[in-house]
Design a protein around this ligand. Structure first.
Ligand code: 26W
Length: 850
């Protein structure tokens, strides 16, 4: 044993764990020198970022270890969040804030002549997601760790995340996002945590001890290796894990091919195998039946379930315990092959009978639906499935047979309606070729299915899956989405955070319902003034960010009106764009209106799926309108329009705190929830929006006078369907008619005549699928109301903004996660004590020495 006195001393003063600024500075300097063999006076900014990240990571490791040990020692039930997307953004600021050492870090860097911001700015976003669904997964991880719920996020370590968006001549171009180019200091490769994943092959059927047995043989094999990222709960006690799988070839290359002289073929097999984790599919809402995507899904589900089962078997032998130890949540249908894979493991590998395996599977799995768009529903052609996953196909057929036998009792009479109902709920679609409907598989194989906002859940029950609701009324639940206040207020908006903390104390950080105490300050002039000042400072900061990031110059004295989200027809960026054209015309044509008009900056941001023609054309149209308006001397001091290229988490963190007006204007009934709407509200923007998704609940919380709702409701839209023509609305409104004329006459694209013909044709002549013109007048009027309020009665606008912050508590993902934990997962917090006492790494090493 080492000398006790020395070890204790070593530890208390360990530069790798102590939280004083002095220790942090020392550790940073050592990393700078020893990790990169660098002369510390001649390092690069990248080198310094990495050294700082490693310094922070040193302070995480102990608690990470301890969390795992505590959670296992207590046999705590674990939550496993399976998601093909985790849109994490940057890690550093969040990690430092959640550990509570920002002051010390800033101080340490200052003592060495650096600023924290310049180093933080080096980190690339971890953009392993498309939009709402991926960012929700990231917010959930933060809340689960903060609430001390033992949990793992499981996903894919894509080498390329969501593409980088470039705008050239107004058009979107995509560039690969090589986010791992300089390595990732936040991940730990676990070469010892690796599983073999099988594809292809065939199924052998035999009898053993009177039992039917199936064996999946002659398969192609790929290895999935784990990379772990720490997820630090606020306060730094519980550190959970995001475990991402990377595909590795079983052999680097085939020796046989190599010996036969075909070196290229030998290497090609390795490359094909490793393709699985190369790239994130950049589609949301549009499902594409690509083999590689199905391979990704099975690959990460197989690795994750193998890992979960291994963890379980280390301590338990009775499979009945499995649902008491594991809750597995399926983030949309992307991981829904888990239903068949868990059945395969339990029956083929663990030898359980079907009925027992089925009860365990259902009790363990939960499924969250995130979209009502029919084109997003995943279906896999049976022939593709058969080739890739023959045993799973058998299992799915068996699940379906048993399910349909059970389901007919709910639709007993053999009339057309009932036959149709049975056809709809079947997991197999009787098309040619047949398809496997993954949502149906997920619903049948889970004990809970949930929508992500109250309205969405109602629509799921009544329109998407009414037959399933008849069969399983008890399975359907609502879990309104949320966002983490740590990233979206504490870290992104430090000015507002300290103002709030000064007013009501810091409890809001982990109990967002406390924000309601701010209501009392809405009419306090001193507080209101400070609140307005913070917003103004945030606008200056955002202006600075935009200038640096994409050379966009914005005026912080103008109103910031922002629509940032994926570009999609249903989200109606074009409704916003058409209203801007209305404003432009009015300023040009109406001198009185023009003279009283105060400056507004319209900001758009978001990526279009690379193959989504109309969404891409919307980007071009917004840019064309922007170019004309921003260069027209008659309006350019009043109206400014910008499309911010490459919208991402880091841009959101800068722009959202600076926003006055939040655009949430989807066609009612189509946005499942929205979470951007919540981020803006939390940062004191006023919402202009339709009664869609979580907007409904936002209005409920803040009151209709503080939330600008407009437009047709979901049932009014439904009633319009079939006999709606945009011209009914265009012809009766002179301003709208002349705006349409302007667009049709290529006013915004004189250099590219006809550029928008196809887009305009679809809207004007093919029925305006997303009801833009049905809502445009109501939208324009409501929008003007907000501008008038801002310009004529700023203190009232400001009061409403404060009330929005005060009423946003419901939209903390802590609330959402508590509901999942109690009502779906049956998971409880497991407290991990914070290590403050002396701890000896050397003593540990001796203890484990062989
Ligand atoms: C198969 C292609 C594909 C890929 C992703 C289809 C659908 C998706 C996602 C389900 C799309 C998505 O991100 N949905 C969003 O989920 C958010 C979190 O629940 C909601 O807030 C958004 O309203 C919803 O559009």
């Amino acid at each position: 044993m080492p000398n006790k006195k020395t070890t204790d001393k070593t530890v208390v003063n360990s530069v790798r764990s102590a939280r004083t600024s002095k220790a942090i500075a020392q550790d940073f300097a050592e990393h700078l020198k020893y990790d990169a063999d660098a002369d510390i006076f001649h390092t690069t900014q990248e080198g310094r970022y990495e050294a700082l990240a490693n310094t922070i990571r040193d302070r995480i490791v102990h608690q990470w270890n301890k969390s795992r040990k505590t959670q296992r020692a207590k046999n705590a039930k674990h939550v496993y969040y399976l998601s093909l997307e985790f849109l994490m953004g940057r890690a550093m600021t969040n990690n430092i804030n959640n550990m509570g050492i920002m002051d010390q870090v800033t101080e340490a860097l200052k003592s060495l002549g650096y600023t924290y911001e310049e180093l933080a700015d080096v980190e690339p976003d971890a953009g392993l997601g498309n939009g709402g669904l991926g960012r929700l997964a990231a917010c959930f991880l933060d809340s689960m760790a903060t609430l001390e719920i033992p949990s793992y996020g499981y996903g894919i370590r894509y080498n390329y995340g969501i593409f980088k968006q470039l705008i050239s001549n107004g058009y979107q171009f995509e560039q690969p996002d090589n986010w791992l180019r300089y390595g990732n200091p936040w991940e730990i490769p676990r070469s010892d945590v690796a599983y073999t994943v099988n594809f292809g092959g065939k199924v052998q059927h035999f009898r053993e001890n009177g039992r039917e047995m199936y064996k999946w043989v002659d398969t192609d094999k790929i290895i999935g290796m784990a990379y772990d990222m720490p997820i630090i709960g606020y306060g730094g006690t519980t550190v959970n894990t995001l475990r991402l799988w990377s595909a590795k070839a079983v052999e680097d290359f085939s020796f046989q091919d190599f010996n036969e002289g075909d070196y290229t073929q030998a290497v090609r097999d390795k490359v094909t195998a490793e393709n699985i984790s190369q790239v994130l599919y950049p589609n949301d809402t549009q499902y594409l039946g690509k083999v590689l995507r199905l391979k990704q899904q099975y690959f990460f589900v197989a690795c994750s379930l193998a890992d979960i089962v291994r963890r379980f078997k280390r301590k338990f032998t009775d499979w009945k315990e499995f649902p008491n130890q594991a809750a597995i949540q399926l983030n949309d249908t992307h991981p829904s092959i888990a239903v068949a894979e868990l059945m395969r493991i339990l029956i083929d590998e663990e030898g359980l009978e079907w009925d027992e395996a089925w009860e365990i599977t259902k009790a363990t799995l939960g499924y969250t639906n995130h979209t009502l768009m029919p084109e997003a529903l995943e279906k896999w052609p049976v022939p593709m499935f058969e080739e890739l996953l023959p045993r799973h196909l058998q299992i799915i057929y068996e699940i379906n047979n048993r399910f349909l036998k059970f389901a007919v009792s709910f639709f007993p009479t053999a009339n057309a309606e009932n036959l149709n109902a049975i056809r709809k709920i079947s997991i197999i679609e009787e098309s040619n070729p047949k398809n496997i409907r993954m949502a149906n598989l997920a619903i049948v194989g889970s004990h809970a299915i949930n929508g992500v906002a109250a309205l969405h859940t109602e629509l799921l029950k009544n329109y998407m899956f009414p037959e399933f609701r008849t069969i399983y009324p008890e399975k359907f639940q609502n879990k309104t989405n949320g966002i983490t206040p740590r990233r979206w207020l504490l870290s992104a908006n430090p000015g507002l955070s300290s103002l709030i903390t000064d007013a009501i104390g810091p409890q809001w950080i982990t109990d967002a319902s406390q924000l309601s105490k701010l209501s009392a300050f809405a009419t306090d002039p001193a507080f209101a003034e400070k609140f307005a000042k913070v917003k103004y400072e945030n606008k200056k900061n955002a202006a600075h960010f935009l200038q640096k990031d994409c050379s966009i110059i914005v005026n912080p004295d103008s109103i910031f009106d922002v629509q940032v989200k994926r570009i999609h027809e249903y989200k109606r960026q074009l409704l916003n764009a058409f209203n801007i054209v209305l404003l432009y015309q009015k300023i040009k044509n109406d001198a009185a209106f023009a003279s009283s008009f105060k400056p507004v900056t319209f900001l758009f941001g978001g990526k279009s799926a690379p193959g989504y023609v109309n969404a891409k054309l919307s980007i071009k149209l917004i840019n064309s309108i922007a170019t004309v308006i921003n260069n027209d001397p008659a309006v350019k001091d009043k109206l400014r329009v910008h499309f911010m290229p490459n919208y991402r988490v880091t841009m959101a963190e800068s722009v959202i705190p600076a926003t006055n007006i939040s655009e949430q204007i989807s066609t009612a009934g189509l946005e499942a929830s929205g979470t951007g709407n919540m981020k803006f509200m939390l940062n004191g923007a006023l919402t202009i929006g339709t009664l869609d998704g979580a907007n409904v609940e936002i209005q409920e919380e803040v009151g209709p006078e503080n939330c600008y709702i407009f437009g047709h409701t979901e049932d009014q839209i439904a009633a319009l369907k079939g006999h709606y023509s945009p011209w009914d609305f265009i012809n009766r409104d002179d301003e709208i008619r002349s705006a349409v004329e302007l667009l049709r006459r290529d006013f915004f694209n004189i250099n590219e005549p006809g550029a928008f013909d196809a887009l305009l044709h679809e809207i004007l002549d093919c029925g305006d699928r997303f009801f833009i013109f049905a809502d445009l007048r109501m939208y324009a009027d409501r929008h003007q109301e907000i501008l008038d309020l801002y310009n004529n009665n700023f203190s009232d606008f400001n009061r409403k903004a404060i009330l929005n912050v005060a009423c946003s508590g419901k939209f903390s993902s802590d609330r959402t996660i508590k509901e999942y934990a109690e009502q779906i997962w049956g998971a409880k917090p497991c407290h991990v004590t914070l290590n403050t006492s002396a701890h000896s790494v050397l003593a540990d090493a001796h203890k484990h020495a062989k």
